[in-house]
Design a protein around this ligand. Sequence first.
Ligand SMILES: NC(=O)c1ccc[n+]([C@@H]2O[C@H](COP(=O)([O-])OP(=O)(O)OC[C@H]3O[C@@H](n4cnc5c(N)ncnc54)[C@H](O)[C@@H]3O)[C@@H](O)[C@H]2O)c1
Length: 451
Amino acid sequence: MRKKQLSRREFMRAGATGAAFAAAPILLEPPLFAPVPRLVPPSDRLRFASIGAGIRGGELLRTALACPGTEMVAVSDLYDPRFTAAQEYAQKGLSITKDYRTILDRKDVDLVIVATPDHWHAKIVEDACGAGKDVYCEKPMSHTVEDGFAMVEAAKKYGRILQVGSQRCSSIVFAKAKEVYNSGILGQVTAVEATMDRNTLDGVGIWPVPPGASEKNIDWNTFLGSAPKRPFDPMRFFRWRAFWDYGEGVAGDLYVHLIAGYHYIAGIAAPPSRATTIGGLLRWKEHREVPDILWTLYEYPALRVGVRSNMNNQSPDTTIFFGTEGTLEIRNGQVTVYPQNIQPSPENYPLESWPSAMRAEYVKQWHEAHPRPAPADFRMIESTQTFAAPPGYDDSTAHMNNFLESIRSRRPPVEDANFGNIAAIACHMANYAYLNKTVAIWDESAQKISG
Ligand SMILES: NC(=O)c1ccc[n+]([C@@H]2O[C@H](COP(=O)([O-])OP(=O)(O)OC[C@H]3O[C@@H](n4cnc5c(N)ncnc54)[C@H](O)[C@@H]3O)[C@@H](O)[C@H]2O)c1
């Protein structure tokens, strides 16, 4: 349910009308499929299983259960207490297993939600597609560039709906930003800045190891999967984000949300051509391998983009598009459009060095040559405007609903495998540049990053 896009002229008029209310954000309207209870015929019920029911997997299974017409039938995880937690949320006995393949063998499972650590995404997604299941795979889609292309191929080969979990792609806030961007009122946009910072143990992913966690209730060997073999280490199991073997550091954790957001708004459908990164591990040094500050500059054909994640200061999550006629800022769940002052005027700065008579003559002639235009002719954005999601709006719910609608309609998902793959490649490029202290170059024909 996308609203009609505004033309430049319509947006300008809306701005002029709204000028008196500029201080109050305009509330955005969520799509009709918000999860209000409604009857869904049994034939339309979607039976799902969760593979990986930890922090995000738990959130997603609750989100999916709250959507109309769903039923949870099974859960796969490697840590026993996750089964109990999942059953508490599902409020019924679930079939449980440490081997996700037994779920894929079941004929009564329509879709699986994959929320394991990143190094497991590709194998599970490929197996699930091969078994005829539709898949919601958490972001970042891939752990390596090769994994991503294999997942795209699997979804295509088996004709499955594969949606990646960057919820910004379903957000009404980002949809409004996209509408503004597409209307052209920002003028020529050449630069984007996007930041996502954290400054707490929770934000950085330094989470407690649950009491009693041991090899008795954790399947450590399966967790390692394709990663190098190591003795049991609960830090690695519960804080896997801090280690390169299982995640991609802050790039895979946080950059990917920023990248998916601006790719979605600007309609970017290919990885950046180049990336250069600085970063470091400056503070959280206990057992962490990955940097706690990362700063990347990306080059796209018509855009230059700066992305930052700093784990040593909490600033609002922000994405800013800089245009010649306006600035678009997404911050704290709101979109604000600011005008640029582009009223034509004589070039005053150099004129100060001219003799006064020469200056006066030039200014007089300038004004004769540039009769003052009506505001509508030189300024597309009349006043600052802010749009906000209504209280309680949740983009993860919207993203899950979009996925379920896509399964029912067999229409492509809002964030398909190609989109997820490209966003993940940009993350891999950031890390490649950081780890190799080089400019990362995307080689489209070889589908590889080189330095
Ligand atoms: N979209 C978002 O906003 C968002 C937020 C948080 C996490 N995530 C993503 O969700 C995924 C999971 O992150 P998390 O924070 O929930 O991690 P987590 O460690 O809390 O949970 C992962 C779970 O996967 C299980 N697991 C590992 N390998 C498995 C396997 N082979 N089969 C079955 N279960 C397996 C583990 O036992 C664990 O319970 C990651 O890809 C992460 O990037 C996305």
